[in-house]
Design a protein around this ligand. Sequence first.
Ligand SMILES: [Ca+2]
Length: 201
Amino acid sequence: MKTGTHWACATFLLAIGLSGVAGATTVWDESVDGDLSTDPNAPTPVQFQAGSNIITGTMGGPGNVGDYITFTFGPGQGLTGLVLLEFASQMGDERGFHGINEGPTSFIPSPATQDNFLGGNHLNAFEAGTDVLPGLATTPLVGAGFAIPLGEGTYSYLIQQTASDPTSYSLEFQVVPVPAAVWLFGSALGLLGWLRRVSGR
Ligand SMILES: [Ca+2]
């Protein structure tokens, strides 16, 4: 009976570990899920979960200057990182723009709308592999900036390339893992109990 319990616990811990490794969730992939909205008045709603949320798409081509999404964080949720995984232009313009604002709708960036953004910044190909959220939050090109994590509320995000240069991109939204932390705490307690039982034999 004890051995069975240990196996169950070990399997449980393995599952937790695997879920940690496989924690990146593809939230939207335009090649699978269709084009994201190009309309600032109607961003595509996406559901973020605790952990890594990946969005992959293309913008910058004719009729697709920018992609717009909107998302909501509940209590205890927030954005802690935004990693640019990929930024690949077809014609060599390696600088785009991205921005975040409060509310379920967004704006076409312009001198008239720039103050509506919490933060907006250039997004460069050379930033691939880095977290671009701190730049957006603390040294934005437009907007007053914001604190990290970006907490409870509804927000919209846009990524754009105004040059007619189709650019594929991939972004990883890192959401405060409150439930995951609870799970880890629980599994740590489980591990402790398991070690005690093992060492006590
Ligand atoms: Ca698109």
